[in-house]
Design a protein around this ligand. Structure first.
Ligand SMILES: [Zn+2]
Length: 378
């Protein structure tokens, strides 16, 4: 089959790779109909993930049609149209039973993740074999392990271009406001007006936030966020963000600040130095009201220098992370999409055949031509 593969720092290519096969009784094979670029892929693309190997298939947000099911798969049949959550979770280990599917101990990112994170977390499609080995969705076919846990039938009313964002971008936003404890009447600030930022703002509105402010430096993304979510745009190139946030939150600062800015696209060095992922996080910590909550969503988050720990302790802030929601939220999001309460297709600013995957990633990485997400069709 054809697949979009990592070929080294800054290099992607569509090449022929072996078709996936069922390996376990709970696996199924999906023929991909749509797959989306994601900010979590940018560290890989930039060559900042030392575990990456040439020829590995990228992509963790995809939707497709079931073509083969293992004998233990109960919830899916051939020809079902399904969206697949990015995190690979078993549904049965201690963490999965607590509802922490993104922390699964079985579908894991493997021992190579331990030096960086302390423990491996759930695996993710499209990451290097040394970090789990689940080949990605930028391909004609994908093997979906634990199919009954991670894949969900898409309602007929929801088309592919909307449903593909139920794989990861929308669950990330919903997870962020949930762990942030966003409550009715809250003032919420979101850094980053990409797909995850916009869907985080939409999630905050859906939970009853009184005001939602989105901070970014890209005018087109801010306009899109305002139009589709009702959030108030703050252009960091032209306003004093900290002063504006104070002003618009009764002088206190936002109750919940969410960093959805994602990893920087450039070739930052690990573990420190170079352009870093902490710029938005530091601002969020400074902006947040005393006793408030800061949530870091950043898929592919890395090491951060100059973390303002004193502000966290003296202001009594709660800091939560959650780059991956796990698939648990997907059914409710698909229902919301079916009712027309969650609209996402505008985020697919560039629709391309998979063969132009490298072009799509270049547009996405450079935020060129108004690109929010490139979506591929094999
Ligand atoms: Zn598990």
């Amino acid at each position: 089959m054809r697949a979009l593969c990592w070929e080294g720092a800054g290099a992607l290519a569509v090449r022929q790779v072996p078709d996936p096969e069922l390996r376990n009784d709970h696996d199924m094979i999906v023929r991909v109909r749509r797959s989306a670029t994601s900010g979590g892929d940018l560290p890989l693309l930039a060559g900042r993930v030392p575990e990456a190997a040439v020829g590995e298939v990228l992509g963790h947000e995809f939707l497709g049609e079931v073509v083969e099911v293992g004998p233990e798969v109960r919830r899916h049949r051939v020809a079902d149209r399904v969206v697949v959550g990015a995190a690979v979770a078993c549904g049965a280990c201690w963490f999965c039973r607590q509802g922490l599917l993104a922390c699964c101990d079985n579908g894991t990112s493997g021992p190579a993740a331990e030096p960086a994170w302390g423990q491996p977390t759930a695996g993710c499609y499209g990451r290097p074999a040394r970090l789990g080995g689940f080949a990605g969705g930028h391909a004609e076919f994908v093997r979906v392990p634990y199919a009954d846990v991670g894949a969900f039938t898409v309602p007929a009313e929801v088309d592919d271009d909307r449903a593909v964002f139920a794989a990861d971008a929308a669950p990330a936003g919903w997870h962020g406001v949930e762990v942030g404890g966003v409550a009715p009447g809250d003032v919420v600030a979101v850094w980053g007006a990409g797909a995850v930022g916009q869907l985080t703002a939409a999630a905050a509105v859906a939970r009853g936030a009184a005001r939602v402010l989105v901070v970014d430096e890209h005018d087109d993304r801010l306009r899109m966020a305002a139009r589709h979510t009702g959030a108030e745009p703050l252009d960091q190139r032209s306003v004093d963000v900290l002063a504006e946030l104070r002003e618009r939150s009764g002088g206190r600062g936002p109750d919940v600040c969410l960093d959805a800015s994602g990893p920087p696209p450039g070739p930052a060095r690990r573990p420190s130095g170079g352009p870093d992922a902490g710029t938005a996080l530091r601002e969020a910590v400074h902006a947040c009201r005393k006793g408030g909550t800061v949530v870091v969503l950043g898929g592919g988050a890395e090491f951060v220098d100059r973390f303002p720990l004193g502000a966290v302790t003296d202001k009594g802030l709660a800091v939560r992370g959650g780059s991956r929601a796990g698939p648990g939220a997907i059914p409710a999001l698909l229902d919301r999409m079916a009712r027309g309460e969650l609209v996402t297709e505008h985020l697919a600013t560039h629709r391309l055949p998979l063969d132009r995957g490298a072009d799509g990633y270049a547009l996405f990485r450079d935020r060129a031509d108004g690109c929010v997400r490139a979506v591929f069709t094999p």
